[in-house]
Structure formats: C-alpha cells, structure tokens
Design a binder for this molecule. Structure first.
Ligand SMILES: Nc1ncnc2c1ncn2[C@@H]1O[C@H](COP(=O)(O)OP(=O)(O)OP(=O)(O)O)[C@@H](O)[C@H]1O
Ligand SMILES: [Mg+2]
Length: 495
C-alpha cells in the first residue's frame, strides 16, 4: 500500500485558537472480525496505538495474527513483528489458523529501533509488536520487560505510529501476581487498551476495552478458542449456563453484565462437611471475599449452619464474576447446597446481598431480565425495590434473604442437615405471609412440561404434602404453592 497517510497528530508551535487547528476526521479501519470491531468501537483508528493485554496462553498472538491477516485484506500491508517466537513457530501457527495473506509480512526482532526502521522503510498500514515486554531499546539500561525498557519502547513505537500514521498494536503480558511492567504501566502511553481474558482451560475468551480514546469502553467481545483459531461468538446466550442435571443442588443462575451485555451465568456451590478447624472457602471464577461475606450472612441472618462445612463455589464456563448482582444467586446456591435441595427450574436470581441480609437493587435490571426471558427463563427473584419492566418474566420481589429462600423453596424447615433460627411454618406458606413480602414460591418457574421440582419441605408430624410447584396443590390447602395462576407481583403471588 502506498505510504500516503498523513500524520494524525500535528502540534502547533505556539498556542492558537482551537477552532483554527486543522484536523482529520478519525479514519477508522474495521478489521472484519465482528467481536474485535465491536470492542474497538468500529475498528482500529489509523495511527493509533492499541495495547492488547492478557495472561500467558490467553490467545493474544492468535487473536492478533488473525487480526493482522484480516487487516492485510482490507487495509494493506501489515507487519507482524515478533520478539518472542521464531518465524517458523509463527508460520506454523499461521498455517493452522489459515492466516497466510500475501500482504501479511513477518519480522522477528527484539531491537525496537529495528522495528522503527522497518516502519520507516516499508510504511505498512499496520504493525503488530508481540510483545512489548520482549523488545528492548539499545540506549536504555535494564533488561527487556523492565519498567524503563517497556516505557521507552512503547513511547518510541507510539511516536512512530503518530508520525507515520501507522496503526500499531502492542501485545502486553499480564502476570497473575500484580502488573509489573504490564498494561497498567503502559496505559497512559497508548490510545486504547483491551484486555483479553479467559481461563486457559476453557475455550471461551472475553475481550474488553478498558481504555479507548476514540470510542466507548464497556463493550465486550466473546470468542471461542478452536483448533482453527478464535471464532467470534456473537450470541453468548447459554454459554455460561451449565449442563448440571435439573435436580442438582447448589446450582443457581444469574445474569451478569459484561460491558453492556447481560450474560446468563450459572454459579455452583458444593457444601461438604469439613475436617478442618477453619473450613475451606474455595472459589473459582468468583470473588472469595464475597463468598466469605455471603456465608457469614447466611449463617448469622438466616441461620444456615455453615461453620462446620467446606464450601467450594464456582462459575460455569470460566467466566469471572465480580459483580455484586450475582450475590443472590451465589447465596441461593450455597443455601441449596447446604440444605441439599435444588432450586426450581427456569429461575434466575438478581440482587446484591447486604450485610443485614437485605436484597439490594442492581444496575440495568430490565436489560438482564429481557435477556433471561430471551433465553427461556420464566421467573426471576429480584429486589423488592425493583419496579421496572418484567421483560416478560414472572417476578418475585424479595426484601431479604429469608424471603428469597422461601420464594425459591429453600426455607429451612424440614431440611436435612442445617438448623434455622426462623423455621418456616407451613401453614404460613400461601396464607399468612405479610403483605408485600415475597413468601411466594416459584410456582410459575417450572417450564411448561418440565419436571417441576419438589420444593415443599416435610412439615412437622411427618405428613408429606403433595403440593408440587403450585399446580398440584389442593385448592385452598395451606401447602399450596404460588402456582402459575398467581400474577407475579400481585397480592396473590405474594401470599
Ligand atoms: N492446536 C490447537 N488447538 C486448539 N487450541 C490451541 C491449539 N494450539 C494452541 N491453542 C490455544 O492457543 C492458546 C495459546 O495461544 P497464544 O499463543 O496465542 O497465546 P498468547 O496469549 O500469545 O500466549 P503467550 O503469552 O505465551 O504468548 C493455548 O492456550 C490454547 O488454548
Ligand atoms: Mg504469544
């Protein structure tokens, strides 16, 4: 491609009125990889510097080789500079990925001045440097990857990008323990920072923009790692909803926001007797501190005995959940695991759990409910204060964990191995609930035709009510659950 691009940045020597400064409209080059373009806000801006961060093995080189190949097709020559792999290694990967575009060129250098010379001589449309931690500047002391080297190399490449109008993409390593010389150090030197995240043991990878001088942040791209490379996943739908058997205990579903996207995600908890003085609280994909807080709230506010139990909690599919909106689902999963009783089918739980056990509002509730509805969930436990759209779902508004556990059929009476401070009186279910409270069971939650779960506990005296998720209850019986007939949110539904 002819080197005709103008520099993006022009610096006036003396102050001049801002309106008198000439400028080019941003020239944005879509890559043609849907999820990458979405995260970048429509593509790479010509002459910009983008940093792609990620843990070892996340797939940074894979993504950028695919992006380089796609860019070569639409924008012109792209140089892929590797400072950490041999040309043969990269050629091998390119063969596997099918990224052998004739305008995609490969250079292997560790000296950043050699890379700048290539850019000066060949003026490609774009250049990928893999990685910024393995290139070094001969005039700077310190080893490659050190803060001084990383900063200088990034600065030199950024200046070159602006001077020549070349799109530069840097790969940045992120270590699990802190961020030394990683993207955090570099963030202010570059225009755009995207993080490539994902559990190496799962196929799913998420790409997030954490800084973007030319577009919004908050978009998230979903990819699946396959033998042929990264595949855009336009509809993450049920990706994080597992395949646990319908009557599994310790399983609850919530919707977390990834950028602007609500994603349905299952959280699972295994609660087992401990042999340790300090029971284990182990998480995967979830915040360990959050699990500890919720465990304490379940223990102290609801009376579910967890002091002599180990708790293992995990998200499904390798998704990392940090949002408080997942609190209620995690608490329900732990409660379900502790009392060994499953949640009703087709239910999602949304809400932050406070230290008093209250259920608090979370952001963008209506979007989450709409997505849950789209995915076929029928009911949702939501904070009592939520008064927005139901998204076509049956809503069960709950003020605190007590109400949530009752609504989900996880109240404590009759459970196998936990003690409660407020055992539920079966006679209250359906009839004596306080107005406005959500004593309602998830009667409407069972999908039509699905095997409704038994959520009725055995009341005192050993009589086993026949009620099953509303419909089977004897009309008027105290055990009757809030069946499908009750309008969600109506007075009946709350009885
Ligand atoms: N043949 C293959 N089939 C499927 N997936 C593969 C194959 N080869 C590699 N991968 C995936 O690619 C990942 C490595 O990708 P890549 O080398 O792009 O990561 P990276 O982020 O650049 O790693 P590093 O930080 O080590 O440079 C592996 O973790 C694996 O998931
Ligand atoms: Mg790599």
């Amino acid at each position: 491609m002819a080197p005709t691009r103008r520099p993006v940045v022009t610096t006036p020597a003396a102050p001049v009125p801002i309106a008198d400064i000439g400028f080019d409209d941003l020239s944005r080059q879509p890559v043609g990889i849907g999820e990458l373009d979405r995260v970048l806000g429509g593509g790479f801006v010509t002459g910009s510097v983008t940093l792609v961060g990620g843990e070892p093995g996340a797939g940074k080189s894979t993504l950028l080789l695919q992006a380089a190949d796609a860019l070569a097709d639409v924008a012109g020559t792209v140089v892929y500079c590797s400072a950490e792999e041999s040309p043969e290694q990269i050629r091998g990967r390119a063969g596997r990925l099918g990224t052998l575009h004739p305008r995609l060129q490969l250079a292997c250098h560790t000296d950043v001045t050699a890379i700048v010379s290539i850019l000066d001589d060949h003026r490609p449309a774009a250049c990928v440097v893999d990685s910024i931690q393995t290139v070094e500047h001969p005039d700077v002391a310190g080893v490659a990857g050190g803060v001084a080297q990383v900063r200088e190399c990034a600065s030199v490449l950024a200046r070159t990008a602006k001077r020549l109008g070349i799109t530069v993409v840097l790969v940045g390593h992120v270590t699990k323990d802190g961020q030394l010389a990683g993207p955090r150090t570099l963030e202010h030197l570059v225009d755009t920072v995207v993080e490539f995240d994902g559990d190496r043991h799962h196929a799913l990878r998420l790409l997030r923009a954490v800084k973007n001088r030319f577009g919004p942040v908050g978009e998230v791209g979903c990819f699946e790692m396959t033998a042929d490379g990264l595949r855009s996943v336009g509809d993450a739908g049920r990706l994080f909803v597992g395949e646990a058997a319908p009557d599994s205990t310790g399983v609850a579903t919530t919707l977390v926001l990834e950028g602007r996207r609500p994603l349905a995600c299952e959280v699972q908890a295994l609660v087992a007797p401990t042999t340790l003085a300090n029971p284990r609280r182990i998480t995967s994909g979830l915040d360990g501190a959050r699990l500890a807080v919720l465990t304490a709230v379940l223990q102290q506010r609801v009376g579910i005995g967890l002091l002599d139990r180990d708790i293992y909690a995990a998200s499904v599919g390798g998704l990392r959940i940090t949002e408080p909106a997942a609190d209620l689902a995690l608490a329900l999963a732990v409660a379900s695991g502790a009392i060994d009783r499953p949640l009703p089918l087709g239910v999602v739980a949304l809400g932050e759990v406070g230290l008093a056990g209250e259920i608090r509002q979370v952001a963008r509730m209506s979007d989450r409910l709409a997505e849950a509805s789209r995915l076929g969930f029928g009911s949702a436990l939501v904070p009592a204060a939520y008064d927005g759209a139901d998204g076509g779902m049956s809503l069960y508004r709950v003020r605190d964990l007590h109400e949530a556990l009752r609504a989900a059929g996880l109240h404590s009476s009759g459970r196998r191995d936990a003690t409660a401070d407020r055992p539920v009186d079966a006679a209250r279910m359906g009839a004596a609930a306080e107005p406005g409270s959500a004593e309602a069971r998830m009667g409407a939650a069972a999908e039509p035709g699905s095997r409704a779960r038994v959520s009725v506990s055995e009341p005192e005296g050993g009589h086993r009510p026949e009620a099953r998720m509303g419909a089977a209850a004897e009309p008027g019986s105290a055990e009757a659950r809030m069946g499908a007939a009750a309008e969600p949110g109506s007075a009946e539904a709350r009885k």
